[in-house]
Design a protein around this ligand. Structure first.
Ligand code: PLP
Length: 418
C-alpha cells in the first residue's frame, strides 16, 4: 500500500508535471480531450485486475458477475446513444476496432477503399505500412484540388473501377460533413460493405449535431476519447446481421481479455454523452471551431499567407492552410507551442512540403470546450493564434493572454484532494 509518490517518485513526477502542462497550456489537438473525473475514477479502478475473456454471460473466467454488469451497461448505453442494433465495447483502441471489422468482414487480398492519408484519412484506412495497407489491396479517394471537398462522383468512379469489398468513410483531418447516403448508394452499386469511422465526430453525432452514419453503414467504428471525451479506447456499432462475426473477430480474433476498467469507463462516458450538458458542450465546441476559422480568414491573416481549407468548418476542427505563408507547419506548431497553445502540424492535400514539415495545422476545440470555454474565449484564442502566425510576433504578450485564459478555466480543480 505504498503510495506512488513514495514507491516510484520518478513516475509520480511525470504525472504531476503532465497535469501541470495540461493545466497551464491550451490543448487544441483535435483528437484530444479531458476525460471527466468519473471516467478517470472508473478507469483507474480495481477492475484492471479482472480477466474476462468472452462476453457477458459467456466468459472463460470465473468471478465475472460484476464486470458483466459494467459491459452490459456500456453496450446498452452505446446502443441507445447512437441507435445501433449491436455494439461491441471491447476494442482496446480505434485502430483495433478497425482491424477487427476488416478481420470480420473481408479477407486478405480483398480491395478496400478509403480516404487518402495525405487528404485527411487515417493510417488504418489503407496506409502502405499499416496492417490495412499490408493485408489488403488499397484503392483510395481524395479531395478535389480546388474545393478540398470529397467529390462523390470521383468516389463512385473509383469504386466502379476498383470494385472494393469494403468502402471506408471517415477521417482524421477533414472539416466538413461526409455524405453518408451517397456512400451507401455507391457501396450498394458495387456490392461493397460500408464502414464509417466516426472516431473524430462521434461526440457530435451523440449530441445530434452531426449527421449520424448509423442508419447508412453496415458497421460504424469509433474511438471513445476524442469528441466523446471518454477513456482512450474503441467501440464498434453494427447491424444485427454482422454482430456474430464482429464479436468473434474482436475476441478471440484480434484480442485477448478486454480491459474491464476501460469498459466500465466507456459506460460512464456513454452515460455522460446522453446528457443536456454534454450537448451544450458540443455546441460550444462547434461554435468555437467556427470562431477560430473566422480569425484565420481575416484580411490580416490572408495577408500573412494564412488561410483555412474549405473556408471554414462544420465540425470540431479547423485546418489551417499555410501554403502561402513563410511559416511551414513545423514552424507554426513551434510558434504556438511558445505561446502555450498545443496543436499538431498536418499535411494539407497536395502539400508541397514534406510530411515531417507540412504546410498546415490541425486545430481542435473539444478540449477547451470541456474546460468551459465559450464564445468570448474561443474568439480570443482565435485572435491569439492568428497573431502568432503573423511575421512579427510579441510572444510574451500572447503567452500572457494564454496563461490568463488557462487560469480563468481551471482544469481538474481540487484534483489533489480526490
Ligand atoms: N480512426 C480515426 C479516424 C482516427 O482519427 C484515429 C486516431 O487518431 C483512429 C481511428 C485510431 O484510434 P487509436 O489511436 O485509438 O488507435
Amino acid at each position: 500500500d505504498v503510495p506512488l509518490a513514495e514507491l516510484d517518485p520518478e513516475i509520480a513526477e511525470v504525472l504531476e508535471r503532465e497535469l501541470g502542462r495540461q493545466r497551464g497550456t491550451l490543448e487544441m489537438i483535435a483528437s484530444e480531450n479531458f476525460a471527466p473525473r468519473a471516467v478517470l475514477e472508473a478507469q483507474g479502478s480495481v477492475l484492471t485486475n479482472k480477466y474476462a475473456e468472452g462476453y457477458p454471460g459467456r466468459r472463460y473466467y470465473g468471478g465475472c458477475e460484476f464486470v458483466d454488469v459494467a459491459e452490459e451497461l456500456a453496450r446498452e448505453r452505446a446502443k441507445a446513444l447512437f441507435g445501433a442494433e449491436h455494439v461491441n465495447v471491447q476494442p482496446h483502441a480505434g485502430a483495433q476496432a478497425n482491424a477487427a471489422v476488416m478481420h470480420a468482414l473481408i479477407r486478405p487480398g480483398d480491395t478496400i477503399m478509403g480516404l487518402e492519408l495525405a487528404h485527411g484519412g487515417h493510417l488504418t484506412h489503407g496506409m502502405k505500412i499499416n496492417f490495412s495497407g499490408r493485408l489488403f489491396d488499397v484503392a483510395t479517394y481524395g479531395v478535389d484540388a480546388e474545393t478540398h471537398l470529397v467529390d462523390m462522383d470521383k468516389v463512385r468512379a473509383t469504386a466502379l473501377e476498383r470494385r472494393p469489398k469494403l468502402i471506408i468513410a471517415g477521417w482524421s483531418a477533414y472539416a466538413r460533413h461526409l455524405d453518408f447516403a451517397a456512400f451507401r448508394a455507391i457501396a450498394d452499386e458495387v456490392g461493397a460493405l460500408l464502414m464509417v469511422d466516426m472516431a473524430h465526430f462521434a461526440g457530435l453525432v451523440a449530441a445530434g449535431l452531426h449527421p449520424s452514419p448509423v442508419p447508412y453503414a453496415d458497421v460504424v467504428t469509433s474511438t471513445v476519447h476524442k469528441t466523446l471525451s471518454g477513456p482512450r479506447s474503441g467501440v464498434i456499432l453494427c447491424k444485427a446481421e454482422h454482430a456474430k462475426k464482429i464479436d468473434s473477430a474482436v475476441f478471440p480474433g484480434q484480442q485477448g481479455g478486454p480491459l474491464m476498467h476501460v469498459v466500465a469507463a466507456k459506460a460512464v462516458a456513454f452515460k455522460i454523452a446522453a446528457t443536456a450538458e454534454f450537448r451544450e458542450r458540443q455546441e460550444r465546441t462547434l461554435r468555437g471551431a467556427k470562431a477560430v476559422a473566422s480569425a484565420l480568414t481575416t484580411d490580416a491573416a490572408r495577408a500573412a499567407g494564412v488561410d483555412v481549407l474549405t473556408g471554414g468548418t462544420d465540425v470540431h476542427l479547423v485546418l489551417a492552410d499555410l501554403r502561402g505563408s513563410a511559416l511551414d507547419g513545423q514552424q507554426a506548431e513551434d510558434r504556438l507551442h511558445e505561446v502555450g497553445i498545443t496543436v499538431n502540424r498536418n499535411a494539407v492535400p497536395f502539400d508541397p512540403r514534406p510530411p515531417m514539415v507540412t504546410s498546415g495545422l490541425r486545430i481542435g476545440t473539444p478540449a477547451l470546450a470541456t474546460r468551459g470555454f465559450g464564445d468570448a474565449e474561443f474568439a480570443e484564442v482565435g485572435e491569439v493564434i492568428a497573431a502568432a502566425l503573423q511575421p512579427e510576433v510579441d510572444t510574451a504578450a500572447l503567452r500572457g493572454r494564454v496563461a490568463d485564459l488557462a487560469e480563468r478555466f481551471p482544469l481538474y480543480p481540487g484534483f489533489e484532494e480526490w
